[in-house]
Design a protein around this ligand. Structure first.
Ligand code: CO
Ligand code: CO
Ligand code: CO
Length: 359
């Protein structure tokens, strides 16, 4: 699988890229509906299980020490093997940060096809190793499977004080919502895959996807926040919905304040929308309301599946300024207040988008 210039195009080897390769929203719920699955609610050490659609599981092993466990792996989202490895690891580590934790150890998950040079896989693994190291964690090993469609990712174990766990479910009316990275990686990746833009035009997206949410998570823990998640495959709407539903609140997002990657709105106008974006819209739109005049472009944007997106943080209003200051001091990418939390209103809507005046 080599191109004339002798460079492998990893993204041509899979049909879906990055977090857009997730089993669609709703599909997993359908599977689980056929099972007799019950969380071990009888186990007093279980802090966060699979029941609440949170970012990772949390299990207490000592009065002041809980383990966080998560796994994430996917198909190539860029052509460069090292960058793919780095993004996959950054994305996996993010779920530990979304829980307010610190990564400890990592195990690689490698689905590698035969017929590629060993150097390619070495670079993928190196990219992953370097990110895990940057996070202060240690790669302990991993597992390989032969697979025609390349996939790579990491299972991460982290820790957090049991009283400091950040879940989806703590958002409170009066909170302010802060997002720590711009959105648009799904659209950008689709444009790249369809040869509408080149890898140079992916620079902003690549920088964003390979930036750890470490600084953002540490800032959130320092200031003290009510809820946190990371924005990934289900898009801004999907992950906002998970927070709103788990917290039993309504979320209002000002589209004029939403940080968007350069070129993304123009690409959406050219119909550069990933399949995962349509899946997300089909599934989550019933809980979403667009107030006033919202363009079709922005409506697509809020369902765009993100790979290794930023943290969505719900913080008491009086602490919001301090948190933005702390985030800026720690040089997170583009932290911005994007909305607010309101009491749950009657009806099945959880998220309202509107075009407010940008401040
Ligand atoms: Co997550
Ligand atoms: Co995940
Ligand atoms: Co969380």
């Amino acid at each position: 699988m080599k191109e004339e210039n002798n460079k492998v195009r990893l993204t041509t080897m899979s049909t879906k890229a990055g977090c857009a390769a997730k089993f669609g929203p709703g599909n997993l719920a359908k599977v689980m509906a056929h099972m007799n699955l019950q969380e071990r609610k009888d186990d007093p050490n279980l802090i966060v299980g699979f029941g609440t659609c949170d970012d990772a599981g949390v299990y207490k092993i000592a009065p002041d020490y809980a383990l966080i466990q998560t796994v994430d792996f996917f198909t190539p989202i860029v052509d460069d093997p090292y960058t793919f490895g780095a993004i996959a690891a950054t994305n996996a580590l993010s779920d530990v940060y979304a829980m307010g934790g610190t990564p400890l150890t990592a195990l690689n998950i490698c689905c590698f096809s035969t017929g590629l040079e060993p150097e390619v896989y070495a670079e993928i693994l190196q990219g992953g190793l370097d990110k895990v190291t940057e996070a202060g964690a240690v790669v302990l090993g991993g597992h390989t499977v032969t697979d025609n469609e390349i996939k790579f990712g990491v299972s991460v174990t982290g820790y957090v004080h049991p009283d400091k766990v950040l879940t989806n479910g703590g958002a409170k009316p009066g909170d302010v919502l802060i997002l720590t990275k711009p959105i648009g990686t799904g659209v950008i990746s689709t444009a790249f895959k369809n040869n509408i833009i080149d890898e140079a035009q992916m620079a902003e997206s690549i920088t964003s996807m390979s930036t750890l949410n470490k600084a953002a998570s540490e800032a959130a823990q320092k200031i003290g926040v009510n809820a946190c998640t990371d924005v990934t495959g289900f898009g801004l709407s999907g992950h906002s919905y998970e927070v709103a539903a788990a917290s039993n609140v309504n979320i209002r997002i000002n589209l004029s304040e939403l940080p968007v990657m350069e070129g993304v709105l123009e690409l959406i106008e050219k119909d550069c929308i990933p399949g995962g974006g349509y899946n997300n819209r089909n599934h989550y739109e019933k809980w979403v309301e667009f107030e006033g005049d919202v363009s079709e472009t922005k409506k697509s944007l809020v369902f765009d599946p993100q790979t290794s997106g930023g943290l969505l943080i719900s913080v008491p209003k009086e602490k919001a300024e301090a948190l933005v200051e702390e985030l800026t001091k720690r040089k997170t990418l583009r932290s911005q207040i994007i909305g607010e939390v309101l009491p749950k209103a009657e009806g099945d809507k959880y998220i309202t988008y509107y075009e407010g005046k940008a401040e």
